[in-house]
Design a protein around this ligand. Structure first.
Ligand code: COA
Length: 184
C-alpha cells in the first residue's frame, strides 16, 4: 500500500478512528518510539490509560487503523509495515472543562493523507460533546507539520514558553482552540 500523498490514491480519508484497547499497546509504543518529535511516555503510563475506568476516563487514547476502504492492498514494504499495526494515535487529557492534546502521531508512511486531521477531529468532537469551551496544546516551534495541522483545524497561537524543550533546546508555542470560534 502506498500512503504517499503524491500517489494516486482516493479517497483521501479512510482511516477508522476508535478508542485504543490493551491489544494496541505494543503498536502505540512502537510508533511513538519511532517518532523523535512525539512526546515520550513510559509503557506504564499508556497502560494506565488503557485500564482506566470506562465511565470517567480523564485521559483518552484513540488510534487510527485501516478502514479497509480506499487504500490499495498491493504488496510493498510500506504496505506490510502499516497493515501490521496502527496508522496513528492521539492522547488527550480532560482537565475539565478544558481538554489538552498531549500527543498525536501518524506513521511516517501514512502522513499527509488526512489521518492526523481525523484524529484531531475526534478530539474536537469529544470536546463539544463534553461541553468544553477549549482545547489547548503546546508544540515545538520548529514542528511545522503539527503547527499546520493545528492551525488548519482552527487553533490559534496564544502564548510561548521560552526554552521549554530540551535536546535540542527550543521554545514551545501554545495553541488554543475555542469552541465558540469553531461552531460545528
Ligand atoms: C503532525 C502529524 C500528526 C500530522 O499528521 P498527518 O496525518 O500527516 O496530517 P494530515 O494529513 O491530516 O494534514 C492535516 C493538515 O495539515 C497540513 N500538514 C500536515 N503535515 C504537513 C507538513 N509536513 N507540511 C505542511 N503542512 C502539513 C496538511 O497539509 C493538512 O492540511 P489540509 O487539510 O489543508 O490538506 C504528523 O506529521 C506526525 O505524526 N508528526 C510527528 C509527530 C509529531 O510531531 N506530533 C506532534 C507532537 S505536538
Amino acid at each position: 500500500m502506498n500512503l504517499n500523498p503524491k500517489a494516486d490514491r482516493e479517497p483521501r480519508e479512510s482511516a477508522l478512528i476508535r478508542p485504543a484497547t490493551p491489544s494496541d499497546l505494543l503498536s502505540v509504543i512502537t510508533l511513538e518510539r519511532q517518532c523523535a518529535s512525539a512526546a515520550h511516555w513510559t509503557e506504564q503510563q499508556y497502560e494506565k490509560i488503557l485500564h482506566a475506568e470506562p465511565d470517567l476516563p480523564a485521559r483518552r487514547l484513540w488510534v487510527a487503523e485501516r478502514s479497509g476502504a480506499g487504500y490499495s492492498t498491493q504488496d510493498s514494504a510500506a504496505d506490510s509495515k502499516v497493515v501490521s499495526g496502527i496508522l496513528g494515535f492521539l492522547t488527550a487529557l480532560h482537565c475539565a472543562p478544558e481538554w489538552e492534546l498531549e500527543n498525536i502521531v501518524v506513521a511516517p508512511e501514512a502522513r499527509l493523507a488526512g489521518i492526523g486531521k481525523q484524529l484531531l477531529n475526534r478530539l474536537l468532537a469529544t470536546a463539544r460533546e463534553t461541553n468544553s469551551p477549549s482545547v489547548f496544546l503546546e508544540v515545538r516551534e520548529s514542528n511545522m507539520a503539527a503547527r499546520s495541522l493545528y492551525e488548519k483545524a482552527g487553533f490559534q497561537q496564544t502564548g510561548r514558553r521560552k526554552a521549554y524543550y530540551t535536546n535540542p533546546q527550543e521554545d514551545a508555542v501554545l495553541y488554543t482552540w475555542l469552541e465558540s470560534r469553531n461552531p460545528e
